[in-house]
Design a protein around this ligand. Structure first.
Ligand code: LLP
Length: 421
């Protein structure tokens, strides 16, 4: 459920007409709903009710300061994967003891910054990383809390580019090696082993891969405890998928996921963490764009929008489907027609949809890409010197620009000219 609904034939974001935002901000822009962000965050809290848990929002999905502050105020922790994300979390007021640090390539500088500013735990992904954390923490006279990310070799049954839990993926340490790595971790200075981490992929639409992975984690917990490790926290990753189409997809609900977590891991008495990103932000955001031209091609009609692959890369990168709806609702019974929906960037890959059946549209009409809140604005670029797409946050009947569109001068003046030119 989200809060982008038609009222009297006009698309609203909560209590604000999307067309009114477009008139003030210009297109294209991302628009997020506070109510939807809040609801999705709370769904996870409710799903894990009765357990000692922390929902650490995977801020890579959408990391605007206003979004982070909205979630932090609800008690969210943050899952960060870079020094930049760590700084963003801190800037949004998230205390270090609610920030977990994931990622295969944490640099020494990033590790130092996190130890300095406070960290709930590092999710360690390799032996070399473990040793570097040990060295840095020891030199600082600090103790680094760590979980070790295990790769359970489970097929997450999702797009290959976002599956992370198979042995061919770069993530985690093979679960078969876990006992040896934990033994090394326990012997290293500056390291405190507190638990286990697992994340098998993103946009999972079935619970079965989670079940397989979590059962392996449960077994490993018992083995490691028998080896003498005080395993008291389990980080279960994120990845729960969202429906991108209205009709044929019904991914599992957070409540069912929560029941699975409790069933597979509840008996261990561990503190639980989860790292959802997409399910919190995905359907809480839309990308709004204007039709520039309707162009007749050979055997097809192109709808040329002012949004492009640099603003929303998911269709080009993962063949992702996003529903595209007119901001002014089509009259009932109007004749629909197929369109190839494209952006202005000079690549054929700048195609959002082919043969998408839409009501008739003309230049100047507004359309909205649904389910664009996660991995939308954060993956945007200024390719073709198209200004970074702005972001707007709605809350009830109010809205605010939370990232402004840069001017051409701002873009150009970021470049610097060497003395010889
Ligand atoms: N935890 C870790 C360690 C992760 O790597 C990720 C996502 C998450 C949590 C959050 O997963 P989520 O709940 O959002 O599925 N750009 C791609 C998705 C990449 C996901 C990367 N890792 C897309 O647009 O589909």
């Amino acid at each position: 459920m989200d809060h982008f609904l038609y009222r009297d034939g006009e698309l609203f974001a909560e209590d604000v007409a999307v067309a009114d935002i477009a008139a003030q901000v210009g297109t294209p822009f991302y628009c997020y709903s506070t109510a939807t962000l809040t609801r999705h965050f709370q769904l996870f809290n409710e799903a894990l009710e009765g357990t000692d848990h922390l929902v650490c929002y995977a801020m890579k999905a959408a990391s605007n300061q206003a979004i982070l502050k909205t979630l932090a105020a609800l008690g969210a922790g943050m899952d960060v994967v870079s020094g930049g994300e760590y700084a963003r979390a801190k800037a949004a007021g998230v205390p270090g003891d609610r920030i977990v640090f994931s990622g295969v390539g944490k640099t020494a500088a990033e590790i130092r910054a996190a130890l300095d500013g406070g960290i709930r735990q590092f999710n360690v992904e390799s032996e070399p990383e473990l040793r570097v954390i040990s060295q840095i923490a020891s030199a600082m006279g600090a103790t680094a809390p760590v979980t070790i990310r295990v790769n359970p070799d489970v097929d997450a049954k999702t797009h290959a580019k976002i599956a992370t839990g198979k042995s061919e993926n770069k993530f985690g340490i093979p679960i078969a090696k876990a006992r040896a790595v934990y033994a090394e971790a326990a012997s290293l200075p500056g390291i405190e082993v507190i638990g286990i981490d697992v994340h098998i992929g993103s946009q999972l639409t079935q619970l079965e891969p989670y079940e397989q992975a979590y059962q392996k984690v449960a077994e490993l917990t018992e083995q490691l405890r028998a080896d003498g490790h005080n395993i008291r926290r389990l980080d279960l990753g994120g990845g729960l998928g969202i429906p991108y189409t209205r009709s044929n997809e019904a991914p599992p609900l957070p409540m069912d996921y929560g029941a699975l977590v409790k069933r597979t891991l509840g008996h261990l008495g561990c503190e639980l963490e989860i790292e959802p990103g997409r399910l919190i932000a995905g359907n809480a955001g839309i990308l709004v764009s204007e039709v520039i031209y309707v162009k007749d091609g050979v055997g097809r009609t192109f709808l040329i929008l002012d949004a492009a692959m640099n603003d929303l890369i998911r269709p080009a990168m993962y063949d992702a489907h996003h529903e595209i709806v007119p901001v002014k609702e089509a009259e009932p019974g109007v004749e629909m027609a197929p369109y190839d929906i494209v952006g202005p960037v000079c690549e054929s890959g700048d195609t959002f949809a082919k043969g998408r059946v839409m009501p008739p549209l003309q230049a100047g009409d507004l359309v909205a890409f649904r389910s664009a809140g996660a991995y939308g604005a954060v993956m945007s670029s200024e390719y073709n010197t198209r200004p970074l797409v702005p972001e707007v946050l709605v809350n009830g009947d109010q809205f605010a620009v939370i990232r402004a569109r840069p001017s051409f001068d701002e873009i150009i003046n970021r470049d610097t000219i060497p003395a010889w030119l």
